[in-house]
Write a protein that binds this ligand. Structure first.
Ligand code: ATP
Length: 378
């Protein structure tokens, strides 16, 4: 992809606050019209990144290209971007229409055009009948939609959204996520969205950059990040993962880790993992099936013995915590409650079980990540 196809391109961007590297040599290309999220734990540098794109912070090093032009040293008002913040930042003394019209009036556009654009923007966020209300007369979700209309009305090349749904309750938040996605599809503007909520990022984004300690760990589409996490951190931060670490014992056709009688974890191509290598794998909870001790797992499958420790019935699914003595660890397993009401009841704590899954579901994680603890990403 050429530089021209990117709405925003960051090249070697670093931001220092004293000794702290809030953003560390970050390079990223965000495509035109994309819904792109910066996702990561608190303090990983997401907001700092967004503020540098907006122009509220100047990078210590590196370049930021907006539609091909380096804007890293331009003030915010010279950049064709708008920001929506978590706390709405509406003017309390102005009604909804005047809040939305504010930027256009400062640009001294003709009144007829301002009226039309304000009307269109309020229609887009479904608040056309609330134009005369003051912000305090609106719910939190409505106020956030006004903030969105106020930004969109300026037709920015890029809309920056900094945890804009953070102050809303869960139900409204879910509803607003879908609305935001629809609005994005209808306006075709590039959205850059900052969140620490992985479910929110997965719901809305075309692509996501997972950040950690000022750096990007992986960029990808939601499905790619979930199904093929590149690092242990991503595997643990996006959804839940079970981790397996061991020394390759045989690599006859596939790499194999053995744990005594009838217990094995099979994975990957043998040429990549010779006998003696230490490998680190991850497998998702919903890929694992639980069998009774007398049941025979498929021959090609991974098989481990476990003891059920914890059972959480969640309606559609049940989540189990299962001790796996062979690995000295605990697995999380998620089962659909398809047959629970008919021929099968839930597993109960203390029961012995067999965990089994197809080797295809194992992800081999890069070596450098194996030293990190699971707790670090919880
Ligand atoms: P959160 O999700 O909690 O908002 P974040 O990923 O957006 O976190 P940033 O706000 O970008 O993280 O902060 C990254 C690091 O930079 C943090 O350690 C923070 O304390 C530090 N930091 C941010 N702004 C400043 C500042 N103006 N002065 C000094 N340190 C700062």
């Amino acid at each position: 992809m050429s530089g021209e196809d990117y709405a925003i391109r960051l090249e070697g961007v670093t931001k220092l606050f004293g000794d702290l590297r809030a953003v560390d040599d970050l390079s990223l290309g965000i495509r035109r019209g994309e819904f792109f999220s910066l996702l990561g734990p608190s303090g990983c540098g997401k907001t700092t990144c967004l503020r540098m794109i907006a122009g509220f912070e100047e990078p210590s090093e590196g370049s930021i290209y907006l539609e091909g032009t380096d804007v890293a040293r331009l003030p915010p008002y010279r950049r064709n971007v708008n920001t929506v913040f978590q706390n709405y930042a509406l003017f309390p003394h102005l009604n909804v229409e005047k809040n939305v019209a504010f930027g256009l009036k400062r640009k001294k556009l003709p009144k007829a055009e301002i009226d039309k654009r304000v009307h269109d923007a309020l229609q887009m966020v479904e608040l056309e009948d609330r134009g005369k209300n003051k912000p305090t007369q609106l719910s939190g979700g409505m106020q956030q939609r006004v903030a969105l209309a106020r930004a969109l009305v300026n037709l920015p090349a890029v809309l920056l959204l900094d945890e804009p749904l953070g102050a809303l309750d869960l139900k409204l938040r879910r509803q607003m996520q879908l609305e935001l996605k629809h609005i994005h599809e209808s306006v075709g503007i590039t959205f850059i969205y900052v969140t620490h909520d992985q479910e929110e990022a997965l719901t809305m984004s075309d692509r996501i950059a997972v950040m950690r300690q000022g750096r990007v760990e992986q960029v990808g589409e939601p499905e790619e990040l979930y199904e093929a996490p590149a690092t242990r951190f991503v595997a643990g931060f996006i959804g839940v993962s079970n981790f397996i670490e061991g020394r390759v014992e045989s690599s006859n056709g596939m790499g194999t880790l053995s744990y005594g009688e009838n217990q094995r974890v099979i994975f990957g191509r043998p040429q990549d993992h010779p006998v003696g290598d230490i490998v680190s794998l991850s497998v998702r909870p919903e890929k694992i099936r639980l069998l009774e001790l007398h049941e025979e797992p498929p021959e090609e499958n991974c098989v481990l013995k476990g003891i059920v420790r914890d059972v959480v019935y969640l309606g559609m699914t049940t989540q189990y915590k299962i001790d796996v003595p062979a690995l000295h660890s605990q697995f999380t397993v998620l089962e659909q409650n398809v047959q629970v009401a008919s021929d099968k009841t839930l597993w109960v704590p203390g029961e012995e079980t067999i965990l089994t899954w197809h080797p295809y579901h194992n992800r081999v994680l890069p070596e450098q990540a194996t030293a990190e603890s699971t707790e670090e990403v919880a």
